[in-house]
Design a protein around this ligand. Sequence first.
Ligand code: N7H
Length: 487
Amino acid sequence: MATHVNAGNIQGDILAGGLPKKTQTFIFFQIIDGKKFVQDLVELAPLIKTVEQVLKDRDDIAKHKKEKKGGLIKMVGVNISLSYTGLRAMGISDDKMAGTSLSADTGVFMGGAVKDAPDLNDPIVGGKPDWEPTFLGQIDGAILVAGDSHPTVEEKVRQVNAVFGNDSAHSSIKVIKSIVGDVRPGEEDGHEHFGFLDGVSNPLIAGFDPVVPGPAPIDAKFILTGHSTTQSDWTADGSFLVFRYLFQMVPEFNSFLDNNAIKTDPITSKPLPKDQGRELFGARIVGRWKSGAPVDISPFHDDPDLVKDPKRNNDFLFTDEFRDNNKCPWAAHIRRTNPRADSTRGVNANAIDNRRIIRRGIAFGPEVTAEEQSSGATKLGRGLLFACYQANINDAFKFIQKFWANNPTFPFIGADPLPGFTPGFDPIIGQAPQSTPREMTGYDPLTANDPSQAPLRMPNFVVPRGGGYFFTPSLKTLREFGSLTSA
Ligand code: N7H
């Protein structure tokens, strides 16, 4: 039987499409008075938006659109997550975490994101990840405030601050960094900074989300903590939030697309105009066109109508191309991060429900300036505030980054597909070990399956500058932390 989703008990960013947002502020904090903080959480609980409220918001948005009233409904939501050091600062002992989901991931959550960064091949300088100093220090929690506009979010942030005590002498927390993310303007709404539509494919939850063609729904226990054993505990209806502060080198990425535009039309064998060749190359390294249309369904030309149809935009499993990469290269970002049937058939068949993540990122930073575009060099910081939820960080986010994106031989393990062929790194997020080149193959449809083709060298376009591993508790647990801290 599918795990029951108790929508009124689960924080709203986790399921049902997450907190509706045009802008989102991430507030990272340290706990300076653990006892007061635990009491403050009881007061904060009514301000937290649940999945139940998100479902209602989504109905209201649909109704507003249907009535063509224009503008946006005023809407805002708050969620809160805690790191291991945060839980400890609240007075929750390791004993209380033992035997729960918090200790079930080989120490990844408890060890924290800084310790894990070398294992993800994040660049290391002076023995430390090359991150912004704030993220190298202690971060006890993250408050997410998402809404329709800056004034709505700012008003809610003031309300949240008041709960913890505005006056720094009496506040239970100290804010150490706030980052604002914004949906990109105009036609780029919903597209990340490289120009690709984001947020298209997320796992469907069995018995909760409406079923559409594509990968089969997964049990909620792969996203929600505390449901993997028959006995549920205080971590039930929670989830782990992985945050990554990812900067994107957009002008450099654009030059890379220009320089590697596909030259020959794979169908007519005639020369391909430069702009078309460039878009085809971009689509093949991501696995979707900028419109969001998947190359596995529309391999050689964009089809923007396809992505508007939720019954079609995810309806592929890479099953037509088990042993080739004609339509979608094996290294392509979406084939790497969700290999669909690549992993569930053949001699190395493995179910991957426990590898799925629910992504909730938002873009940050300004649009590319004319000067950056003409010089081909990034001057201003921009990128993705990457956020994803799962029941086990080691099995999901970390596995995807380490064993899929950073693994040049995936999916060639043992006797699986073409012998002698190395797909290379995920071109978007794959990270090679220090001083090792990042390369991929299979990008040109004409030579896609030729083991003798020269690999393509790729600079890093995505640069990690921070991160955090957090636990997002249920509403019930938020109110009852006090009972866990008493001896
Ligand atoms: Fe990715 N991009 O613009 O290229 N991602 N991603 N991602 N990503 C996806 O389905 C992107 C990152 C996943 O089920 C799309 O939403 C960028 C990390 C997964 O088909 C696009 C960055 C991790 C999927 C991008 C970035 C993942 C996915 C297609 C960093 C995990 C779903 C649209 C700056 C470790 C795969 C969509 C599926 C899709 C981009 C980061 C994972 C366009 C720019 C760090 C699981």
